[in-house]
Design a protein around this ligand. Structure first.
Ligand code: FAD
Length: 394
């Protein structure tokens, strides 16, 4: 296949996986990332799915132990009483956003990873496609891969589609051993824990800190999320208004929380949760809040432009495979490009229906999970329909 020029917009997990697999397939790839500094996932913990680590395991010397740690069980509790609802053995491994990001970045070429490049315009074309950045520069390529995430500018420009608020927010935080009583610390080790409530749910699991080289260390923290139903309108506006008076669209980080919002978080934890869950919430030094939203697209290919990962379908996080979906979109794109001997439009024509089917099925899965988890529905321990991961399509 002749050397295709590829511009990847967005240099997170989807963009970097695409950049690596397309480079390996013989393309001349450059990545354009909006952030002015290297990314950091606020220490976000991620459940390892095969698609997420496929590039690292198949094409680099990274081992699973370099980037992740095993966990033995999924445990289900009534978060109000602390009573167990069941436990299943589950061989999940946990990694951290920063570990995967750093290793994917190391596998790429730093000189071709351009920071401070914010996409503002996109022009798909039959012969080539062009992207424009906020600094006024333009790049024309044989293929543009847009991996600019859930708030994708590319998707907005091409389809006018934005994420829709799902009706709930998530309070997120991390605790160190010194932040909680020893029995609470021990309670959350070595397992993925669900705390179920009639009007929401909690998840908690241990994550490891990551070294500058992307290596998992022995330094453990407990990562949690507490999902609250909040009606669109004044209640949501209140929670998403920062201490500078601005209404944030996605997240209010700890430093910007208004005191009443933090007080509400603490008092709700004190009033509604059993001791272990309460101590986890109240012990978190820097909790922050994020809206949950999703997006669905009817199209992922536009002449010589492909939308991948969250820039196409943005899923709610409940099946822990959003980044795996992004990586799988990228692998499939490279495979189709090789199969089509570099004919971009033929490749995209075969790629798009396959990825639309995965995106739709995954979105349906996470919405079904949310319907149960946020409204006190049936969420049986170990239920196969609610198992983490991408759906298996025939
Ligand atoms: P993103 O990771 O969102 O990256 C988009 C990139 O594009 C960013 O680097 C951004 O800076 C850049 N960008 C944005 N706009 C522009 C622009 N205009 N121009 C240039 N660059 C731009 N997934 C899992 O697999 N497992 C989990 O356990 C998991 N837990 C999650 C928990 C929470 C609370 C959330 C919110 C998500 C979770 N996810 C999880 C989902 C996962 O984070 C996303 O699905 C995944 O990051 C998507 O990758 P992406 O590369 O498509 O987009």
């Amino acid at each position: 296949m002749s050397m295709l020029k590829v511009a990847v917009v967005g240099g997170s997990i989807g963009g970097l996986t695409a950049a690596n697999v397309l480079r390996d397939a013989g393309c001349d790839v450059e990545v354009f990332e909006r952030s002015t500094k290297l990314l950091s996932g606020f220490g976000t913990g991620i459940v390892v799915q095969p698609e997420l680590v496929r590039y690292l395991l198949e094409r680099t010397s990274t081992t699973l132990d370099d980037v992740s740690v095993p966990s033995s069980a999924m445990r289900y509790f009534d978060a109000a009483t602390g009573h167990s609802k069941g436990e299943v053995r589950a061989g999940w491994r946990f990694t951290a956003y920063n570990a995967i990001y750093q290793k994917l970045l190391d596998a790429f070429d730093a000189g071709r990873y351009h920071l401070g490049k914010e996409l503002v315009g996109i022009e798909p074309g039959i012969e080539s496609s062009t992207v424009t950045f906020a600094d006024g520069t333009e790049v024309t390529a044989d293929l543009v891969v847009c991996a600019d995430g859930g708030q994708s500018v590319a998707r907005d420009r091409l389809l006018g589609t934005r994420t829709e608020y799902a009706g709930y927010v998530t309070w997120r935080g991390m605790v160190d051993e010194c932040d909680v009583p020893p029995e609470t610390w021990r309670f959350f080790q070595d397992a993925f824990t669900y705390g179920l409530l009639p009007d929401g749910h909690i998840i908690a699991y241990p994550i490891r800190q990551v070294s500058a080289k992307g290596q998992i260390t022995d330094d453990v923290r407990i990562n949690f999320q507490w999902y609250w139903n909040v009606d669109h309108g004044p209640a949501l506006d209140r929670i998403m208004t920062a201490n500078d008076g601005g209404r944030r669209p996605v997240s209010v980080h700890f430093a910007h929380l208004v005191p009443s919002s933090l007080a509400d978080f603490h008092s709700r934890a004190a009033d509604q949760l059993a001791p272990v869950f309460r101590e986890l919430m109240i012990g978190a030094p820097e909790p922050f809040v994020t809206t949950v939203s999703d997006a669905e697209v009817p199209q992922m290919a536009f002449d010589r432009v492909a939308l991948i990962g969250d820039a196409a379908f943005t899923p709610r996080p409940h099946a822990a495979a959003g980044s795996a979906k992004a990586a799988a979109d990228a692998w499939s794109l490279a495979d189709h490009l090789v199969d089509a001997s570099g004919d971009v439009q033929r490749a995209l024509g075969a790629w798009e229906p396959e990825r639309l089917a995965v995106g739709r099925a995954y979105l349906a899965k996470v919405r079904a999970m949310a319907a149960a988890l946020q409204h006190g529905g049936d969420f049986p321990p170990g239920s196969p329909e609610f198992r983490f991961g991408l759906p298996q399509l025939a």
